[in-house]
Design a binder for this molecule. Structure first.
Ligand code: MTE
Ligand code: MO
Length: 161
């Protein structure tokens, strides 16, 4: 029946729109929670770093420094990163359930020159579909276990002893 075919088509279109509209949430102990779409991220300042992948090959990765994203969310960085704020960390989650953490000083330009990226390009091309659309890249890290792909959320928490 035509009606049934049309409604199936409508459902298929809706599902494909939802898949494309995936965004990254920035939440937890932040001043301004964010929901970043791909176009929000594309509008931020991009940088390119050289980093060595699991096969030992150097590649050029392009994306946004995590520092800039956390600044936009009003995370306690810079002069505010002292005292009790020193126990805060960033938890990054993926669609496949994988999770990694970074201590805030690892992400703060006052503490380090290393720029950890939310990358969406490698060697000038979009990341391969199974490793994208956004992947954390940690230059200088000898084992890429924190290079989490399929990033869905970035959450600021405090370690409780
Ligand atoms: N989402 C997600 N990211 C992930 C992983 C994972 O299981 N899920 N594995 C990590 C580990 S342990 C390694 S060593 C690298 C491997 O990256 P590669 O497959 O591009 O070599 O990805 C990291 N990123
Ligand atoms: Mo790994």
């Amino acid at each position: 029946m035509l009606y049934k075919q049309l409604s199936l088509l409508a459902v298929a279109l809706l599902l494909s729109a939802l898949v494309r509209a995936q965004s990254i949430s920035v939440e937890g102990e932040v001043n301004t929670p964010l929901k970043l779409s791909s176009s929000d991220i594309a509008a931020m300042q991009q940088i390119t770093v050289t980093a060595t992948d699991k096969d030992g090959k150097a590649h050029r990765y392009t994306g946004v420094p995590l520092y800039h994203i956390l600044q936009q969310a009003g995370v306690t960085l810079g002069a505010q990163l002292r005292g009790a704020n020193m126990t805060k960390y960033l938890l990054v989650k993926s669609a496949d359930g994988y999770k990694v953490i970074f201590a805030l000083p690892e992400l703060d330009s006052i503490f380090t020159d290393r720029q950890i990226l939310l990358a969406n390009q490698v060697d000038g091309q979009p990341l391969p579909a199974e490793k994208g659309p956004f992947r954390i890249v940690v230059p200088g890290e000898k084992k890429p276990a924190r290079w989490i792909w399929g990033v869905t959320a970035m959450i600021i928490r405090s370690a409780k002893d």
